[in-house]
Design a protein around this ligand. Structure first.
Ligand code: G6P
Length: 476
């Protein structure tokens, strides 16, 4: 008989590894997005396993087997989605209904019953995949908006199981949530967990208010009482693997890349922007603000360049494709108006970069420009801070990113206020070195201390504690 220690089963729609098919066969690459990059550092500990979608359509059972075996060696268990599921569950309900609603873009949201049905069916599929792996003592930690129904589905099958849920995106105000035809089912699905975590107290407050108004369930200090058990709701701001970024920034490779970039830029100062392609990131507004900087402060023409990395994402969803076009046109227009023979206002890259090159960009940039119109947390802001090992540089951060709650030493801006953003850029570019150091040191300390390991430890500790408390109450 083999005795297995209890472990944690992490479940999210996307695995931290993305499988791609090319001429040579299959390739395995790190996935994009805060969830995968943030949790990627911790899931391999203690025999844990991560259940999720490898990101491509697989129709051949032999290829499925090949992928499953390759991922298994790296503690991952794939859930495969059919073409219709990718369309209706992933591009449909997850990214055309929930994503726009939760990011305050209801005008982009669609309400298709077929998408909802696929959402239910895929959550059930994930449930079966998890139950196949999970022992009775294992802890199941479900992540993000694609799997809101999963906690309750698991609870129905395993009433005593320890289940945590964490939402990586904002939880919207009740006024937004109530628009969804399936709002009650979504809340009930989440309440299957023992502990529900959000990045900020604001999101937590919105959730509790929706639970009270839609389900008539009040809470006491974040504890929601159900007929047979209670659910704890709390805020856990997610961090990054700080040391990993510090090391990458200090690596020989990053320093070499930095030297190459500096030479190519011929002394131009650098403002850096890095995002997945998404309308929630405020990329077009940011470009317009940079244009305003050049108009309002012409002394920066020829002196400062914006390095903008946009990582391709969800390009099958209509709004993403049209945003890509808008960005392409804006960059073209601004570059055409301001470029000189030896200077480019905007360097635009539509692709992802390996870690060492990213770290080189972070080192190089004097200003990190992170201006989402809505963002659950935004880990790019924290990565920029971690890579500023000389304590120099300025972070400009949107007050509507979850990270703004913690990084109050950034220059906080309202991303709708283009003039304000242009002035913040000017302020950042003229900030005295000692003020930069003071602000950056404070932010680095915070990002170092509240890193991703501290985050997951705290969540798991709270989860275990809430379970023990419930069991104690049940036996009295
Ligand atoms: C955000 C979401 C994640 C998602 C990631 C990438 O960070 O919170 O759940 O995985 O974006 O998006 P994608 O649709 O490519 O998985």
């Amino acid at each position: 008989m083999t005795i297995r220690m209890p472990r944690t089963i992490i479940v999210s729609n996307r695995l931290p590894t993305k499988v791609q098919r090319n001429n040579e066969g299959l390739s395995f690459k790190p996935s994009e997005g805060g969830l995968a990059t943030g949790l990627g550092s911790i899931y391999r500990q203690d025999g844990n396993v991560w259940v999720g979608w490898p990101g491509l359509l697989v129709e051949d059972p032999a290829e499925e087997k090949q992928i499953a075996e390759a991922l298994q060696g790296d503690s991952m268990a794939p859930v495969f989605l059919s073409e219709v599921e990718i369309e209706n569950f992933y591009e449909g309900f997850s990214n055309s209904t929930l994503w726009p609603t939760f990011h305050y873009f209801p005008q982009f949201a669609t309400y298709e019953p077929a998408h909802w049905q696929a959402y239910v069916a895929v959550n059930e599929k994930f449930c079966r995949a998890v139950l196949e792996l999970a022992g009775p003592d294992d802890t199941i930690w479900v992540h993000d908006y694609q799997l809101l129904l999963l906690p309750q589905l698991l609870r129905q099958q395993r009433p005593d199981c320890t289940i945590g849920f964490f939402l990586h995106i904002p939880f919207p105000s009740y006024e937004l949530l109530r628009v969804l035809p399936w709002r009650r089912q979504l809340l009930e699905g989440m309440l299957g967990a023992d502990l529900i975590g959000f990045h900020t107290f604001g999101y937590m407050r919105h959730f509790l208010s929706s639970v009270s108004q839609l389900l008539g369930l009040p809470n006491q200090n974040g504890q929601v009482e159900l007929p047979t058990r209670s659910v704890l709701v709390d805020a856990f701001p997610m961090g990054i693997d700080y040391e990993h970024y510090v090391q990458a920034a200090g690596s020989e490779a990053a320093q070499q890349h930095e030297a190459t970039y500096r030479e190519a830029l011929r002394g131009s100062r650098v403002v850096l922007s890095i995002d997945r392609l998404d309308y929630s990131k405020g990329i077009a507004q940011r470009l317009r603000a940079f244009e305003q900087l050049l108009q309002r402060h012409p002394e920066w023409v020829g002196q400062v360049s914006l390095l903008m990395v946009v990582v391709p994402s969800r390009d099958q969803v209509a709004q993403y494709a049209s945003l890509k076009q808008e960005i392409d046109e804006l960059v073209g227009r601004i570059n055409a108006s301001f470029s000189t023979i030896d200077w480019n206002p905007i360097y635009y890259f539509y692709r992802s970069f390996p870690l060492e090159e990213l770290a080189a960009l972070y080192r190089l940039a004097e200003v990190g420009l992170v201006t989402p119109v809505r963002d659950g947390m935004n880990l790019v802001a924290k990565e920029f801070v971690a890579c500023k090992t000389d304590n120099r540089g300025v972070l400009i951060l949107s007050e509507r990113a979850g990270a703004a709650r913690e990084l109050s030493d950034a220059l906080l801006i309202n991303p709708t206020d283009l003039e304000g953003m242009a002035e913040a850029l000017h302020q950042a570019l003229t900030m005295p070195a000692d003020e930069q150091e003071q602000r950056m040191t404070a932010m680095r300390e915070l990002v170092r201390e509240y890193n991703v390991f501290a985050w997951s430890k705290l969540f798991m500790y709270q989860l275990a504690y809430s379970k023990v408390k419930q069991n104690t109450l049940a036996t009295h």
